[in-house]
Design a protein around this ligand. Structure first.
Ligand code: IMP
Ligand code: MG
Length: 333
């Protein structure tokens, strides 16, 4: 089985947590990352330790899996090498040899540009690196000698393997094609593009899991319906801070179903993962069986299924990878 995990809102839905659970539960041979680059912060909590990852796949928690970064992803060598050290993954981490490079100059451009400030980018150099590649003047990972030993042919590996978990980054509402343009990231990040990033054609994908949080958050500028003040968000325990930039996230207390319906359609979602149900509804922290969720939490899940017409198969009830209800195999309710 080849499954792709994508974000259904503005990023920070908890993809890292769902991915780390899937890497343990589904035992993929390869966990491959698509998306833009180190602008994404996926946070993994595992065995009491927190891992904020920006390039290396969150699926590292499964020690048997090979970890791969697709050609579509832009690599900052410093960030990559640090994360490989953090997870102790020298022997099993790879980058496609066609991936583009993020240089110091890209980061400077991303920090200095007035337009980046207007959008509120992560200043990680992703946008300028993507634009250099589009203009065919971008540099490649193969030019960096420290990266040479990590380079491989990712499409060949993921097409040959039968069990592959593919990590999307950012999220639908930040897609350069389908999001709230111009307040978006520098690439499309829907499931089709994530598949292309790692070299898989659309017929090779079995499942698309769209992750959504039980409420809505956004970092950076751009529209956000029903936005809460920081005070109100704090009172509801919904105030969050960015993994990459540490910036306070903006939040809204509800779900935006008009947007989520489009996200489910264009991603071709076959399953939905709902995270942070424990934050939205008290009394659900650490629950691992659907039947043990509170009545209001179950009604909330069923409402999502009705409105999006996609089954909610995974439910996050806490930060640890294993604080997850998995309804895929058999219903426990
Ligand atoms: P850039 O991707 O750094 O160019 O930033 C463009 C917009 O996307 C900004 O609003 C960022 O805050 C947002 N963004 C980029 N990556 C992520 C992410 O992984 N999570 C949440 N927001 C992101
Ligand atoms: Mg994030």
């Amino acid at each position: 089985m080849r499954e792709i995990v994508v974000g259904g809102q503005y990023g920070d839905e908890g993809k890292g947590k769902i991915l780390s659970y899937l890497a343990l539960a589904d035992e993929p041979e390869i966990v491959a990352r698509g998306g833009v680059g180190p602008n994404a912060g996926h946070e993994v909590h595992y065995k009491g330790k927190r891992y904020p990852l920006r390039l290396v796949p969150c699926g590292f928690v499964n020690e048997k899996a090979k970890l791969m970064i697709g050609a579509g992803v832009f690599v900052n060598p410093e960030v990559f090498l640090k994360e490989v050290d953090l997870i102790n993954g020298q022997h099993r981490t790879f980058i496609d040899f066609r991936a583009g490079l993020i240089t110091k100059e890209h980061i400077e451009r991303d920090s200095a540009s007035e337009n980046s400030k207007k959008i509120g980018t992560t200043k990680t150099g992703c946008g300028p690196a993507v634009s250099d590649r589009v203009n065919r003047i971008g540099r490649m990972v193969s030019e960096v000698s420290e990266l040479k030993k990590y380079l491989t042919d990712v499409p060949k590996a993921v097409n040959e393997a039968t069990e592959v978990l593919i990590e999307g980054t950012q999220a639908f509402m930040l897609s350069n094609l389908y999001g709230t343009y111009p307040f978006v990231t520098s690439k499309d990040v829907s499931a089709s593009t994530i598949a292309a990033d790692v070299g898989l054609g659309p017929t090779k994908i079995d499942e698309v899991i769209m992750v959504m949080k039980s409420y809505t958050t956004r970092v950076g500028a751009g529209p956000l319906k029903n936005e809460l003040s920081v005070g109100d968000a704090t009172a509801r325990n919904m105030q969050e801070y960015g993994t990459v930039t540490g910036r306070p996230r903006r939040s809204a207390p509800d779900l935006h179903f008009d947007d989520l319906k489009v996200a489910a359609m264009i991603n071709g979602a076959t399953q939905i993962a709902v995270t942070k149900i424990d934050i939205r509804f008290a009394g659900n922290s650490g629950v691992r069986e659907y039947g043990k969720l509170t009545k209001e939490a179950k009604a909330f899940i069923e409402d999502i299924e009705r409105k999006l017409d996609v089954p909610v198969t995974l439910i996050g009830t806490g930060p640890d990878a294993m604080d997850t209800i998995d309804r895929r195999e058999k219903e426990s309710d």
